[in-house]
Design a protein around this ligand. Structure first.
Ligand SMILES: Cc1cc2nc3c(=O)[nH]c(=O)nc-3n(C[C@H](O)[C@H](O)[C@H](O)COP(=O)(O)OP(=O)(O)OC[C@H]3O[C@@H](n4cnc5c(N)ncnc54)[C@H](O)[C@@H]3O)c2cc1C
Length: 491
């Protein structure tokens, strides 16, 4: 698992070594290697003759920090409009950009043996087989103006001087930059050292690869967390065809996905997970102690006196925005977390922010928000890139998400917070069969969000309606809003 690395030296100390009243000292200058394309060859020759360089320095029109969904979307947008632009894209991960949602769902269905040289492949809900990676090497090779730095973190930013310090000690100057550093997992506060290897946090492809290995060599897995990630993973691991696993899902909330679903729906899904998949669910359970038992298994003691024994623990307690390196120069949202940006996704002059890490002003909902979903990452990356290229477009996309739990596919639109009053419309209301229906979330007599269950693709239509401040008076307003017929686009 990756944790942000803060370099021993900060940008301020490096700059103070390098500059005398803002001028580069001649001694320092001779030690620099200018790595950016298009820079003077004389400097490169000087550097080649010099002893081992201490630090490299480059200058780029655009620097993108983070090569996830938002960073890659921004890169694609820039290359679409300015195919010759000099871009540096920096990622703490060892992998080129890929989609994260299949790591907890489709990839387990496909089975880890389906990996090819180009990386894991999976089957979409439309039955199309595709690579986890967003693009192949051949496509990347076409853009010699794009410099990739993988396994590298940005450790400091000096917004006034437009400089970034990287974990390898190099310093880069940007004209415009995008911060798209996503999130890091919420960690357990304390774990005995001898148990470190028995605990996984699922945030990226390296974690997934580790977990595949663990699952292949385990009989029992405990998953901590019963919201999006924990619930998805519990279903995926319990329904694997090639390996029968004993899966226990432990979480402090009263029900599975209870942050999102109304109580009756949470209970319905929980029962399906227990009865159809055999998941051992321990809700309302807080962890008291984690230790190793006499059989070298992990033992989890719960505060209600119960306990769980498993070969391995996967922690899915939620994620926190990855902002550490930016805290010095950029405003952090004390309430929502993340880097504060305006409606054009700009935080300070020429510093843009997108994806999980941005706290932005939502023009539609009239409030500051931070959204940790794929669709938002892609769209915000695209809008941020347009604004980096000089447009002044507000980000007024109304984000949505999708997920699946066992045989239940759902899409979420707008604000889907179970603390809000909800009104549900089901195709089959009498038999309490919740396979097809919509749960609406109401705030101040307006529909602010919805979950669509078993109605793939219909979220797009509802998104449009909700983003236009759809009023709510009573049930009759909602009864026919979404058609339960497949491929009916009449609403
Ligand atoms: C297992 C899993 C399943 C998910 N399933 C769904 C789903 O079903 N539906 C849905 O809508 N969403 C889902 N999500 C959430 C969705 O994937 C994220 O919201 C989305 O990936 C966010 O994109 P991003 O570009 O902001 O961040 P990321 O995709 O996380 O990319 C950020 C990148 O920045 C890098 N980075 C961080 N700090 C630095 C630094 N200082 N220097 C350089 N690089 C840095 C990170 O290593 C990472 O590669 C899932 C997430 C996970 C982990």
């Amino acid at each position: 698992m990756w944790v942000p690395v803060l370099g021993a030296a900060t940008l301020a100390t490096i700059l103070s070594q390098r500059t005398v009243h803002g001028q580069e000292s001649s001694e320092e200058k001779s030690q620099e290697v200018i790595v950016s394309e298009g820079m003077s060859s004389t400097t490169e020759e000087t550097a080649a003759q010099a002893p081992a360089p201490k630090k490299k320095r480059g200058k780029k029109k655009y620097i993108i920090v983070g090569a996830g969904a938002a960073g890659f979307s921004a890169l694609s947008e820039i290359l679409d409009k300015e195919p010759e632009a000099e871009v540096l894209i920096i990622s703490a991960e060892e992998h080129y950009p890929y989609a994260k949602p299949p790591l907890s769902k489709e990839l387990w269905r496909a089975g880890s043996n389906d990996s090819t040289e180009e990386g894991p492949r999976f089957e979409t809900s439309e039955g199309v087989t595709q690579s986890l990676y967003f693009e192949d090497q051949e496509t990347r090779d076409k853009y010699t103006n794009v410099q990739w730095m993988l396994n590298t973190s940005v450790t400091d930013i000096d917004v006034r001087k437009r400089l970034m310090l990287l974990s390898d000690g190099s310093v880069y100057e940007y004209q415009k930059c995008l911060i798209a550093t996503g999130s890091v997992p919420e960690m357990l506060p304390y774990v005995p050292e001898d148990l470190d290897h028995k605990i996984t946090y699922l945030t990226n492809l390296s974690d997934y690869n580790k977990l595949v290995n663990v699952v292949n060599n385990s009989d029992s897995i405990a998953i901590l967390g019963g919201q999006f990630l924990g619930a998805e993973l519990a279903c995926s691991l319990a329904s694997q065809k090639k390996k029968k696993l004993n899966v226990t899902n432990v979480f402090p909330e009263a029900g599975i996905m209870s942050d999102v679903f109304p109580g009756y729906l949470s209970e319905y899904i929980e029962n399906k997970m227990i009865n159809d998949l055999g998941v051992n669910i321990k809700h309302s359970s807080i962890i008291d102690k984690i230790s190793s038992n006499d059989n070298h298994k992990i033992e989890i003691n719960l505060s209600n006196g119960d306990h769980v024994i498993a070969d391995h623990l996967v922690v899915c307690m939620g994620v926190i925005p990855s902002v550490e390196f930016a805290e010095k120069d950029l405003e952090i949202d004390a309430f929502n977390g993340g880097i504060v940006a305006n409606a054009e996704l700009e935080s300070r002059s020429d510093v843009f922010v997108a994806g999980d890490v941005v706290s932005y002003y939502d023009m539609v909902m009239k409030r500051r928000r931070r959204v940790q979903h794929y669709d938002h990452a892609v769209r915000s990356g695209e809008i941020a890139a347009m604004n980096m290229m000089g447009r002044k477009i507000p980000y007024n996309h109304f984000p949505m998400y999708w997920s699946e739990l066992h045989d239940l596919h759902y899409e979420g639109v707008g604000i889907t917070d179970s603390t809000l009053p909800t009104v549900s419309v089901w195709e089959d209301n009498n038999n309490k069969d919740y396979k097809k229906g919509v749960v609406y979330y109401i705030e101040d007599q307006r529909i602010v969000g919805a979950i669509l269950i078993g109605l793939p693709g219909k979220g797009q239509q509802l998104r449009h309606m909700i983003s236009n401040a759809l009023p709510y008076h009573d049930y009759s307003d909602l009864k026919n809003l979404v058609s339960f017929k497949n491929n009916d686009s009449s609403e």
